[in-house]
Design a protein around this ligand. Structure first.
Ligand SMILES: [Fe+2]
Ligand SMILES: [Fe+2]
Length: 134
């Protein structure tokens, strides 16, 4: 049995199926990292963080930006900048992940997790509301 730190609660569903699906993949990847560390499989955890998650974040941000452009979302540029800032700090973290001890890796995971959840719940929610005409 794998221990999950977070279940993708209804609270984080934005009501746009393709977006919700990608967000749940992001959360699953982070959960996988936690589980792997707990099982002592650090190399696998690092690989998921630095490769799979990193690539998926790029992909998701791109999809989201295309979607916002498609619906004519007025705060697209601001949102794009927030994505770019996150990506820049994530990239700085990547080389550290290789040398981090478990505790530091967990902290990095927690920070990433907190950012992603906060971003979905606040920033992404705004374009979803715009799209849904709220
Ligand atoms: Fe998102
Ligand atoms: Fe976003």
């Amino acid at each position: 049995m794998t221990m999950k730190m977070f279940d993708f609660d209804a609270e984080f569903r934005l009501g746009i199926p393709v977006v919700d699906e990608e967000h749940s993949v992001l959360v699953d990847l982070l959960n996988d990292c936690y589980s792997l560390i707990a099982e002592g499989k650090k190399d696998e955890a690092r690989q998921i963080f630095n490769e799979t998650l990193s690539n998926y974040v790029d992909e998701h941000f791109l999809h989201e930006e295309l979607f916002m452009a498609e619906i004519g979302y007025p705060q697209l540029e601001e949102h794009r900048q927030i994505h770019a800032n996150f990506k820049a700090s994530f990239l700085q973290l990547k080389p550290l992940i290789e040398s981090y001890d478990d505790k530091a890796f967990r902290n990095a995971l927690n920070d990433t997790f907190t950012w992603i959840i906060g971003h979905i719940g606040r920033t992404d929610r705004k374009y979803a509301a715009y799209y849904q005409g709220d």
